[in-house]
Ligand binder design. Sequence first.
Ligand SMILES: Cc1cc2nc3c(=O)[nH]c(=O)nc-3n(C[C@H](O)[C@H](O)[C@H](O)COP(=O)(O)OP(=O)(O)OC[C@H]3O[C@@H](n4cnc5c(N)ncnc54)[C@H](O)[C@@H]3O)c2cc1C
Ligand code: SF4
Length: 508
Amino acid sequence: MRHLIIVLGDQLNRDASAFDGFDPAQDCVWMAEVAEESTHVRSGLPRTALFLSAMRHYAAQCRADGLSLDYATLEDGHATLADALRDAIGRHRPRGLVLTAPGDWRVLQALRAVAAAEGLPLDLRDDRHFYATVRDFAAHAKGRKQLRMEYFYREMRRRHRVLMDGDEPAGGEWNFDAENRESFGKTGPQGVPAPLRFEPDAITREVIALVQKRFAGHPGRLESFAWPVTRAQALQALQAFITRRLPHFGRFQDAMWTDEPWLWHALLASSLNLKLLDPREVVNAAEAAWREGRAPLPAVEGFIRQILGWREYVRGIYWTQMPGYAERNALAAHEPLPGFYWTGDTSMHCLRQAIGQTLEHGYAHHIQRLMVTGLYALLHGVDPKEVHAWYLAVYVDAVEWVELPNTLGMSQYADGGVMASKPYVATGQYIGRMSNYCKGCRFKPERRTGDDACPITTLYWDFLARHEAVLAKNPRMALQVKNLVRLPPEERAAIAARAAQVRAGSVG
Ligand SMILES: Cc1cc2nc3c(=O)[nH]c(=O)nc-3n(C[C@H](O)[C@H](O)[C@H](O)COP(=O)(O)OP(=O)(O)OC[C@H]3O[C@@H](n4cnc5c(N)ncnc54)[C@H](O)[C@@H]3O)c2cc1C
Ligand code: SF4
């Protein structure tokens, strides 16, 4: 054999660079299901089922296309990717290994170590799925004191001619946020389109049974599993989003509502991250919808910014900052993650909702991740590594390159300001404004002390007090710190006492 072509669980695109020069007569595709990928963090059942089902569908397609394929199943019993790869090398004796750059630093190190130990060349190729290479991002970052997504995004729009009219941004503005991000008002969301559901076929049903047995005790449920597991399904999901949800996407991007897990969100992150969809086809479809008058510009620009901007930007941060990035803990947070993150068993209604749907579907939208579960962990002072392990475990779209900068950087401020210029902190009143969660809660979002004080509001003031010295140096936090300084000492003491009760678990 000439080459073993390594295909990882989040590399399910047949136009990947690893296939360049593929010769069916001399090369073999290698894939493996191994326990470690579901146990290095306690991967949720929906996430594991999605990865394994999508891998098995992809493998079936490779076989149907006549490619030679070596596929190790979970039942073959390999503990780690490294073990499985060593075993395949022993059987095939290839002259070299080929790999598209993976999405996880740990996996890259493990595969490199196997290649070195076996004395085999590892041909590591750029991942063309992304618009920008890591080198492009590094060139953008070079010499800048402070990175900002907005500037990177504008560069990407110009370079890739996305939403441009000549040299100007379409509609004359780069950003239409002022027209986005409304709440629903008292009436709540009206006419939310039901998402497309992809009922499990025989392969998915087999995977679900296997995952339920093998990973019993892991978080999450599989009864309502209906995520796209093939490229054909992912394309249908894209089409359904563009026609039914995109027109309202921007307007209600930050809004939340009880028992409405999907709203107008794209639900495409898992398909993109498994590479069932190419970001260019997603961005082009959104732009075409605007140009043909099927969706307004603020919605389309807001959506494209997430993919061409944020998604590419966080990947650049990950690969230029790793491995040290995962160790960062700028606010010296050391509390353990509260147990209710794994069960949803809490009387804080916003957290019960966000965690409940996460366990049920492996999904919560961005503001639920950032301003409910992320906010609570930040204010509580949870160790960022524990927060990271939770997010990486529970979401169907979680792959480390995208999850880590969002969690550790954007939501926990543990990188000290690389991702976000200030910590995303707010009282429960923000949640009260953007949702109806507080209506169904025994706490009052405006109260910071007393028996019915909202734990988030209490912890917000306590957070400001605990980090006052650091936050006072950040001009973007000046107003919030000024409000803290105005509080009389007895009020500050009462907040600290209530915050200690919240942290001890005797409230909430
Ligand atoms: C703490 C935290 C953890 C997160 N972990 C992940 C993760 O593991 N995987 C992941 O794909 N996204 C993650 N995100 C980003 C974002 O929340 C999800 O991409 C989004 O909620 C997925 O749902 P959707 O497909 O309906 O996206 P929509 O909200 O409809 O957005 C459209 C698309 O834009 C992209 N996108 C949007 N925001 C971001 C962002 N901040 N970073 C990167 N891409 C973005 C996604 O591909 C998404 O599918 C995280 C955000 C936070 C705050
Ligand atoms: S009152 Fe506080 S805990 Fe309750 S739902 Fe509102 S923000 Fe959440």
